[in-house]
Design a binder for this molecule. Structure first.
Ligand SMILES: Nc1ncnc2c1ncn2[C@@H]1O[C@H](COP(=O)(O)OP(=O)(O)OP(=O)(O)O)[C@@H](O)[C@H]1O
Ligand code: SF4
Ligand SMILES: [Mg+2]
Length: 352
């Protein structure tokens, strides 16, 4: 799937040069799948195209090219208004900021009821009411919150309502786009745990979008690592957290905070800033910052997708055997910080 946004540059210079329309290449050739009841995390820096992908999936935007198949239906070009009711019901989203989705003038009960009716889950008034109560129980909010309005709730409570709403129509898949990043740190873990608990109980497929690998480590079955709208690596969580790594993943891992004093990690500094998506680097998009860049080929030629296993793929010009020989980012140390078990990190930022 590919998604470009048109940017209209109205400057005289742009018009004279015929470069009036530029494209924000938000998603470039994204290709992966998510299976029933699976938790797939999409991870990458700010601006790499994670929300764009979520929006195309939800029908809030349409794709520029390519296909997205959901339960056998191609959905990439159909806006949400044109999608059949069951399809919309079966794919729901938990947004980053609950204020964006909750109607400030409606009670909590009113907005959840509306979703239940809209998706035809129940129509009888008593049954709808009963289902709202069960959804409030599910997200661990007191039942008398039925009558409250969003402004009478804390951020964490609002997001619990957001979760209840997302699950109100019995979705097969829920997309959670940084669902806790707007919340106070003290409630983030509880809301994430709640979401995971409900996902497991209902066997829902969950696409969990985050910019933080450490957050998704303990909740994702599989991880997709994105950079400038492209997939750099995808694999099971275990595969992504151990070599072979994509050099970008390796750098992200080295930035993961660790509290365990028996574990240390190699430090890799990502140089420079994220390049613009309007004018992304040719060849490998990561070449301007890669600590393992092997030469000109990285600047000119799009890297091949290396297949490490049925589930693990890495887009890089470095041969797989070389990536397999890279030392783990994390290694065990004893009490005075000396690496144990002979796994000493001899290399630091060795270029290929
Ligand atoms: N409607 C739009 N028109 C033009 N460009 C857009 C539009 N929406 C997003 N973009 C651009 O597309 C790129 C990808 O944006 P997107 O929101 O998908 O990133 P993201 O990975 O979700 O980032 P974040 O972690 O900050 O939420 C960004 O450069 C953004 O500025
Ligand atoms: S293709 Fe080259 S620049 Fe890109 S990640 Fe691999 S080594 Fe680095
Ligand atoms: Mg986003």
């Amino acid at each position: 799937m590919r998604k470009y946004y048109e940017l209209h540059d109205r400057s005289v210079k742009a018009m004279l040069s015929g470069e009036g329309v530029k494209y924000v290449k938000a998603n470039e050739t994204l290709s992966f799948d998510a299976r029933k009841a699976e938790v797939v995390a999409i991870v990458g820096e700010s601006g790499c195209g994670k929300s764009t992908f979520a929006k195309v999936l939800m029908g809030l935007e349409t794709a520029t090219e390519g296909t997205i198949t959901f339960n056998g239906d191609e959905i990439e070009s159909t806006e949400v208004q044109q999608r059949p009711r069951e399809q919309v019901a079966s794919m729901q989203m938990v947004f980053q900021n609950p204020n964006d989705t909750l109607n400030p003038s409606m009670t909590v009960g009113g907005q959840i009821s509306r979703v239940i009716r809209k998706f035809g889950v129940e129509s009888d008034a008593d049954k709808v009411h009963d289902r709202v109560m069960r959804l409030l129980d599910m997200v661990k909010l007191p039942r008398d919150f039925y009558h409250r309005r969003p402004r009478q709730l804390s951020g964490g409570q609002k997001q619990r309502v957001g979760v209840a709403r997302a699950f109100a129509g019995n979705p097969a898949m829920v997309i959670a786009d940084e669902p806790v990043s707007a919340l106070d740190v003290s409630v983030q873990a509880a809301v994430t745990e709640l979401l995971m608990e409900i996902q497991r109980e209902h066997g829902t497929t969950l696409l969990f979008i985050s910019h933080d690998l450490s957050v998704v480590r303990y909740l994702a079955d599989r991880i997709v690592v994105m950079y400038l709208g492209q997939i750099m690596e995808q694999g099971t969580t275990e595969e992504v957290f151990s070599p072979p790594y994509h050099p970008y993943t390796e750098a992200l891992l080295s930035a993961v905070p660790i509290a365990d004093t028996t574990i240390d990690k190699r430090k890799i500094v990502l140089e420079g800033n994220l390049p613009s998506v309007v004018n992304p680097p040719v060849g490998c998009p990561f070449h301007t910052r890669c600590h393992r860049k092997i030469g000109k080929i990285c600047e000119t030629t799009r890297p091949p997708v290396l297949v490490d296993s049925d589930t693990h793929q890495i887009a890089c010009h470095i041969p797989l055997e070389e990536l397999q020989a890279v030392l783990p980012v994390f290694f065990a140390v004893d009490s005075d910080g000396t690496p144990t078990g002979g796994g000493a990190p001899a290399e630091s930022t060795a270029g290929g």
